[in-house]
Write a new protein. Structure first.
Length: 330
């Protein structure tokens, strides 16, 4: 859970470097900047900084003027490091350029730190990812793993959350990561409102494994989309793999393989995540008891819901409801 100031706002500092990708810079401002409390007041303050204030090259044909220097990092509650195609893949363990190392040294120990795309190379070179799960763009994962063997790189996921340190895959996965942080800070309803305004899904299915080039499926091979849509309408039921496979007229083995190819995870893990998402919404938006929510979300018993919510979020249902009930925006 992020720390918030007396005025209820949370300061986010975006550390940009020459070669920054404009989309990655913009998405942080867009998503955090549109998260509001029920009274319409902003929940985050976002500032952009660099090791030296002034013009910073992007990977496009324009530069951005950065108003703040590295001192902004010392005042931040969350620090975001977007990618730089000019620098990232040249970085090595413990070998950050001196201005960048000095800037990151200003980050407070209590601050949350996150990267977008190959910005993970910066966090790894600074030693922030040692022993932690992490990801980066799938095209850079092999180099990342060889360069930083002490980091548990996962090339299949859209983002990772190790508590204080978070990473995301390619550019658009930064959207998934920021929505994840907003969801953790303020609940599903606020994150969903931000996603709706930005016209993106509040939770994207699967991981980046589905975007790695692979041979096209044979003509006539069906997808698993109808089964997924049907499952979302029937989460309260005790769904089995056979139930899902039958919706696509596939064998269980074929369905499981096709599902993993399309979504990037197993049907069982996908179902659990969707049920946790539904339980979170019901805890935030209704007065249903834990047992009633467990039944509606397909967990069967309150004990099962408690176990899965603890595994996914690290909190009990009553604690989650106490934290987020009444915080949701429109």
């Amino acid at each position: 859970m992020a720390v918030f100031r007396d005025d209820g706002r949370h300061r986010v500092a975006v550390l940009v470097r020459h070669g920054v990708l404009p989309m990655e810079l913009g998405l942080v401002h867009q998503l955090f900047g549109t998260a509001t409390a029920p009274d319409g007041s902003p929940l985050y303050e976002v500032v952009t900084c660099s090791t030296t204030p002034g013009p910073v090259r992007t990977d496009a044909d324009f530069a951005v003027t950065v108003p703040h220097g590295p001192e902004a990092l010392g005042e931040a509650d969350t620090v975001i490091v977007p990618a730089s195609h000019e620098e990232d893949e040249k970085l090595r363990p413990g070998a950050l350029p001196e201005p960048l190392a000095e800037a990151l040294a200003r980050v407070r120990p209590s601050a949350r730190v996150a990267s977008v795309c190959t910005g993970a190379f910066v966090l790894a070179a600074a030693g922030l990812l040692d022993g932690c799960p992490a990801t980066t763009h799938w095209m850079s994962c092999d180099l990342f793993a060889r360069t930083f063997p002490d980091v548990a790189v996962d090339a299949a996921v859209l983002y990772t959350d190790a508590g204080r340190v978070l990473t995301s895959a390619g550019e658009a996965a930064g959207i998934d990561l920021v929505l994840h942080m907003i969801r953790g800070d303020h609940g599903a309803a606020v994150a969903t409102a931000v996603a709706r305004r930005t016209v993106v899904p509040p939770h994207r299915e699967g991981g980046q494994a589905q975007y790695i080039p692979r041979p096209l499926p044979e003509p006539g091979v069906t997808s698993t989309s109808r089964a997924r849509a049907w499952a979302l309408e029937n989460l309260h039921r005790p769904l089995t793999l056979r139930d899902l496979a039958s919706r696509e007229a596939m064998s269980v083995r074929t369905f499981t393989r096709r599902f993993r190819e399309e979504v990037g995870t197993s049907p069982g893990r996908w179902l659990t995540r969707r049920r946790v998402d539904l339980a979170r919404r019901l805890l935030e938006e209704t007065d249903l008891t834990v047992d009633q929510i467990a039944e509606r979300a397909g967990f069967g018993t309150g004990a099962s819901l408690r176990r899965h919510l603890q595994d996914a979020l690290g909190v009990a249902p009553t604690a989650y409801r106490a934290t987020f009930r009444g915080q949701s925006g429109p």
